[in-house]
Ligand binder design. Sequence first.
Ligand code: 6R9
Length: 692
Amino acid sequence: TDSHLRHVDSMALLPSGAGAIQHLNAVILGEALASEENDLVFPSPGFSSQALISSPEKYGEMYRRSIEDPAGFWSDIASEFYWKQKWGEQVCSENFDVRKGPVSIEWFKGGVTNICYNCLDRNIEAGFGDKVAMYWEGNEPGFDDKLTYNELLDKVCQLANYLISVGVKKGDAVVIYLPMLMELPIAMLACSRIGAVHSVVFAGFSAESIAQRITDCKPKVVITCNAVKRGAKVIKLKEIVDAALTECAQNGCPVDVCLTYDNKLAMDRESTVWKDGRDIWWQDVVPKFPTKCEVEWVDAEDPLFLLYTSGSTGKPKGVLHTTGGYMVYTATTFKYAFDYKQSDIYWCTADCGWITGHSYVTYGPMLNAASVLIFEGAPTYPDSGRCWDIVDKYKVSIFYTAPTLVRSLMRDGDQYVKRYSRKSLRVLGSVGEPINPSAWRWFYNVVGDSRCPISDTWWQTETGGFLITPLPGAWPQKPGSATYPFFGVQPAIVDEKGNEIEGECSGYLCIKRSWPGAFRTLYGDHERYETTYFKAFPGYYFSGDGCSRDKDGYYWLTGRVDDVINVSGHRIGTAEVESALVSHPQCAEAAVVGVEHEVKGQGIYAFVTLVEGVPYSEELRKSLVAVVRSQIGAFAAPDKIHWAPGLPKTRSGKIMRRILRKIASRQYDELGDTSTLAEPQVVQQLIDLADV
Ligand code: 6R9
């Protein structure tokens, strides 16, 4: 039997426990303040009674079916979407076990559909044509826009027709490098409409990073804009793309077309760098195309998009998601984890350059015909009250963000929050990294006025959608815990040897069976897919995260256990930063570790040794930081450069990161055994130079 099923059964008893009754009473008496002593935070009876999943029993029933009969469970849900042709006999076929052959995952194979059709045409047919699909709030307060589902479909079709006209066909890659304009989801949907595979590159990545991704997936077309304003700063995106395209052309990977949106609010056309024959203004061509475009029907297992993410080696991985399973999974997780109702106004602060913006700005919400807010700007511009100003302006009811923003707003003070009513808020969400209990409580008590459940959703680029998440209204929350697995998800905590551990325990978080939204491969490198995710613990998908499970069966994510750092919810491979640093002509060697950071969660701490004879200086420090900015992007810039005459290494030459982590966090009395070091004296040297 499944160990989680047993937890589910015992959870059904939770609200009758003595402590629980006390909490329940507190809720009823209106004293439901989450405090240090209360480790269970109950949804109010009013919330639960209207919730889609209103009790642990209801969850237990659905969860049980999803595990015992996954094919039946997911087919029923999939049938709510439009399929040109239904999938074959087998709803799911999978091999998770490398020992039995190549890893493969297929859902709804043989089914023919289109995700853009399901996001737009299907919803319009169901009567949502005049409903607002997207609200857009610009960087400057007072600049806004919106599109109904009808209008959005027109725009998507025009762009789709343009892409067809320049030769983009089913299966071709299109790279999108855009800020949070409505044109970004429009571009994603236009690609999926014609069966093209989009690869969105976060508009904070450097030219080198774009070039690396272009070289990997070889798009015919790149879509970008001239510039964007973020806060008070203008960022000239086209210049960055231009540098990337020049490099790609030199390396034998030319791009034919660079479609450039003219973002008039940030920059004028005349000063935009331009290459005739390759570059073309979006506004000059796209609006001339018809507003009707036939969809390209694709197999459920045809690729939908590529999204590059960091791993423990230098080269980013192209995570590949396919169409059918991803569609069913993102729509379903969105609906239940946020207790979605047609009257909701939904705002997710993530950028479409990351997976959260794919699954929970674009596809998940639009598959549910939701009204989605897209925000171009910085959340603290012009001041720290901007988010709540926006919440009140649009009557946002579901607000989904990252712990790093919660912590930074918390530090700025309650007065910015209290200035606004926020009474439209109903459900809050958190993603990207573990949310520490004190930030959770501030989010709950101050932002949500102790009324709104928080969905702390644990998932990854690879998983496509939520795997462990609260279902608000179903059960009490514990600040800092992502609570319970979503339908169909079987988590397993394993020890170093790969043995599953039962009950209250901690270890490595794995998943036992596939779920529809799982990624199918790493683009062009299935072997790396198997090695990274399926070989560490054969028979399981290994997430790379540490985790513990408490006596009530709640899951607590504890962070990455590999060489990936999580900075403000962005995954950064230590190896990527190291290789950028050592490309600096005066840097001999670099070792990067993560350190605790008050706002960002983790900060980047880099130890560097210099080329013989080069003196360390403030100027050199700056140029080391600059090299990381230019090779990866500003968000990966090290917080600290620690000059090191030598690095602690084993006799076989391996850098002892364990020791570096302790030095970085100034825990000098916890260095542990240093006797195996080739040169033990370097440790003291490093300590002496810590604050130089
Ligand atoms: C969606 C996303 C994935 C990594 C993941 C984990 C961390 C994300 C979390 C969380 C604790 C949560 N993570 N959500 N840790 N609680 N609710 O962020 O994808 O960028 O691929 O990062 O983020 O460490 O492994 P991605």
